[in-house]
Design a protein around this ligand. Structure first.
Ligand code: PEP
Length: 244
C-alpha cells in the first residue's frame, strides 16, 4: 500500500519573514491531515529556518535540487550530504525548470538522484513533456527517455525513489492535465519501472489546486502531488493535503 505524498515546491519564493507567516498559518490549521505524508521545499538558504519552524510537526523538509558531486570546486552548488545534515527527507531532482534553464540532461538528473539516495534521502525525480512534444504524439517517448538513465543507474534500489509527472505545459499555467490524461501517463511510468513500480509513489504536478485535487487523487496510479503556486497559500495547500 503506497502512502500518498503531497510536496510543496516553493521555488525561488519566500523570505525569512514570509516563510514564518506561511508556516504559522499552515500549522494553525493542521489538524486533520493524517493520511498523506506532507513536505515543503524552500530554497536551500532557508532550509535551516524552515526545519526549525517545522520541528515538532509532521511536515517534512525537502530541497529543490542537489549536486551530483560529493564536494569540491563546484561554485554555487549544494551537496546532498549538506542537505541531509539539515534533516531533509526528500530532494527534488530534474524539475523542468532545471532541465530548461540549466540544461540538465536526464543522465545528470539520474546522477543527482543517486547522490541523494546515497545520503539516505529520497529523490523525487521529475519528468514531463512540453506542449509541442505532446502535440507531436511524443509524450511517452519523452518520459521513457527521461526515466531510462534513472532505471539503469538505480537497479535494485529503484523502489526507493519517488517520481513526479509534471507536464511542462501545465506548470504555472493554470492548465491541468485531466485526471484521465495524468492517469494514462502514470500507468505508463509504473509499467516502465518494472518490478519496483508497485512500490514507487508517482506524484502529479501542474497547476494542482483545491478544485482539481480530489479528482486527480481518485485515480489509481496518482499517489499525491507536487504543488507549486498553491503551496504558497496556506489555505490552498492545506485543502490539497486534506484531499490526498
Ligand atoms: C511545480 O513547479 O512543480 C508545479 C507543479 O507548479 P504549479 O503547481 O504552480 O503548476
Amino acid at each position: 500500500m503506497r502512502r500518498s505524498l503531497v510536496m510543496g515546491n516553493w521555488k525561488m519564493n519566500g523570505s525569512l519573514a514570509a516563510n514564518q507567516v506561511l508556516l504559522e498559518a499552515l500549522l494553525a490549521k493542521w489538524q486533520g491531515v493524517h493520511k498523506a505524508e506532507v513536505a515543503v521545499a524552500p530554497v536551500s538558504l532557508h532550509l535551516a529556518q524552515v526545519g526549525q519552524l517545522l520541528s515538532g510537526s509532521n511536515i517534512q523538509l525537502a530541497a529543490q535540487d542537489a549536486s551530483a558531486h560529493a564536494s569540491g570546486a563546484f561554485t554555487g552548488e549544494v551537496a546532498a550530504a549538506m542537505l541531509s545534515e539539515l534533516d531533509c527527507r526528500y530532494v527534488i531532482v530534474g524539475h523542468s525548470e532545471r532541465r530548461q534553464y540549466h540544461a540538465e540532461s536526464s543522465e545528470l538528473v539520474a546522477k543527482k538522484a543517486k547522490a541523494v539516495l546515497a545520503e539516505g534521502m529520497v529523490p523525487v525525480v521529475c519528468v514531463g513533456e512540453t506542449l509541442s512534444e505532446r502535440d507531436a504524439g511524443q509524450t511517452l517517448a519523452v518520459i521513457s527517455e527521461q526515466l531510462s538513465p534513472v532505471i539503469a543507474l538505480f537497479g535494485a534500489s529503484l523502489a526507493q525513489i519517488v517520481v513526479a509527472y509534471e507536464p511542462v505545459w501545465a506548470i504555472g499555467t493554470g492548465k491541468t492535465a485531466t485526471p484521465e490524461q495524468a492517469q494514462a501517463v502514470h500507468a505508463f511510468i509504473r509499467d516502465q519501472l518494472g518490478a519496483a513500480g508497485e512500490q514507487v509513489r508517482i506524484l502529479y504536478g501542474g497547476s494542482v489546486k483545491p478544485a482539481n485535487a480530489e479528482a486527480l487523487f481518485a485515480k489509481t496510479d496518482i499517489d499525491g502531488a507536487l504543488v507549486g503556486g498553491a503551496a504558497l497559500k496556506a489555505d490552498d495547500f492545506y485543502a490539497i493535503c486534506r484531499a490526498a
